[in-house]
Design a protein around this ligand. Structure first.
Ligand code: ZN
Length: 425
């Protein structure tokens, strides 16, 4: 045959079905060089093992996919960041790496729980990035909201496409781009069907069933929704139930009670959407557009029905969630004390103090410690106070009487370091 091999680079593997236990001990020699018999080997980018299980392949692939998912976490923040199309594009880059050689291992992935679970862990992180969800959102809910079918089902769809095109070529049919498109469309429809079947098999006690019950019946429309409409993170919160709701906050230990802050009911995402009297005005605007029925399956059906409906629901969710979050933040601050700061004022204070520190540490401003320069102003003939600059310890406060500007008889303006205070008489 003329085939030349490098004996020292040669690997060997024993393929077996595992029914008769471990394979026998064997010794392979190529040109008097002993070749080690391994349990797996890399061939054309796939890691093969003796039982064709592809577990080893997936175990080595998952850390790589995890790294990609972690990179997406930094690239796709919940607030701001790229739009839905770009997010889906990023998600598909992870899929394209994961699905390398899918026709070879698709059936094993569908049949093996270990492989399915490994892929789901990665897909959950990616799907959460796509929909701007909390990291506590389950794989089922996140993947349904993101429109990303389970990886093993996508792998099987790839296998079907590959086999159909191979069969057509075997029959002598010229496979054009149009033919490939038709095969792809058919595979996609079958994939949606299989995904829906998988979703109906999920037990009702599993997390994420609320989303599945709502989106499942309109899965294809949800996946193929127009490009202009997007998932905002407030919309994701209302749909997934993971957000500023008593039930969720109580579950994660952030609040002690599930009760709504506006009424006596249990505070859930559905309560906020459908019942809570606090949002009656906002709800009226919504029902004028999408109708009176605010059960989640109907709302989702209306959303995929028209762009205006989608925007009305999204705007309602953003509106009420912003108000609710602001109110809870105020309550939290109230509990922490009157002087607790909002994140914004904390940021402002940090930047102010940073600027002050830079200003004070600049060499031009520094003065000798212990020096006693002349005061800036003198008041009523009294000796002027000491103004301390730079990082020198405070010696004497700069007390200035400034009745006209500081509002009120007898008020003193005290200068301590860089800040000024009003001291009542
Ligand atoms: Zn309420």
């Amino acid at each position: 045959m003329g085939l030349r091999v490098a004996p020292q680079k040669t690997e060997a593997i024993f393929f077996h079905d595992g029914r008769r236990g471990k394979p026998p001990v064997a010794h392979v020699r190529v040109d008097d060089t002993p070749v080690q018999l391994g349990t797996s080997m890399k061939y054309l980018g796939l890691r093969l093992d003796g039982r064709w299980s592809y577990r080893d392949h997936v175990d080595r692939l998952v850390p790589k996919l995890d790294g990609m998912a972690a990179a997406l976490t930094r690239l796709l923040p919940n607030l701001g960041g790229p739009g839905d199309r770009v997010r889906k594009l990023y998600a598909n880059t992870v899929n394209s790496v994961a699905l390398y050689g899918a026709p070879a291992w698709a059936d094993e992935a569908v049949a093996t729980r270990h492989i399915r679970d490994a892929f789901r862990r990665v897909q959950r992180r990616v799907a959460i990035r796509v929909v701007r969800g909390y990291r506590t959102v389950s794989h089922i809910a996140a993947s349904v909201l993101a429109g990303l079918p389970p990886m093993e089902l996508v792998a099987r769809a790839h296998k079907r496409m590959y086999e159909q095109i191979k069969e057509l070529r075997g029959l002598g049919v010229l496979v054009t781009k149009g033919t490939q498109g038709a095969v792809r469309l058919q595979a996609r429809r079958q994939l949606a069907e299989e995904w829906r079947e998988y979703l109906t098999s999920i037990p009702p006690t599993a997390s994420g069933t609320r989303v599945v019950g709502a989106v499942g019946p309109v899965l294809e429309e949800w996946m193929d929704r127009p490009r202009g409409i997007k998932m905002s993170f407030h919309l994701t919160r209302v749909l997934s139930g993971h957000g500023c709701f008593g039930e969720y906050l109580c579950k994660i230990g952030k609040e002690s009670t599930k009760h709504c802050h506006h009424c006596e009911e249990e505070d859930t995402a559905q309560h906020t959407l459908e019942h809570c009297p606090a949002w009656a005005d906002e709800r009226r605007v919504l029902t004028n557009t999408i109708g009176e029925d605010l059960s989640l399956p109907t709302v989702v059906r209306q959303m995929v029905g028209s762009e205006d409906n989608w925007k009305a629901v999204s705007s309602f969710c953003s509106n009420i969630m912003r108000q609710e979050e602001a109110e809870r933040e105020r309550e939290r601050r109230g509990r922490r004390g009157r002087h607790a700061l909002t994140p914004e004022s904390r940021r402002e204070r940090r930047s102010y103090l940073g600027a002050l520190a830079r200003k004070r540490s600049s060499p031009r401003r520094k003065t000798k410690v212990g020096s006693n320069p002349a005061p800036r102003r003198k008041t009523e003939g009294k000796p002027g106070p000491t103004i301390v600059k730079g990082d020198a310890p405070l010696e004497t406060p700069d007390i200035l009487r400034d009745r006209g500007r500081m509002g009120g008889e007898g008020y003193r303006r005290v200068k301590i370091g860089g800040s000024r205070r009003r001291i009542p008489p």
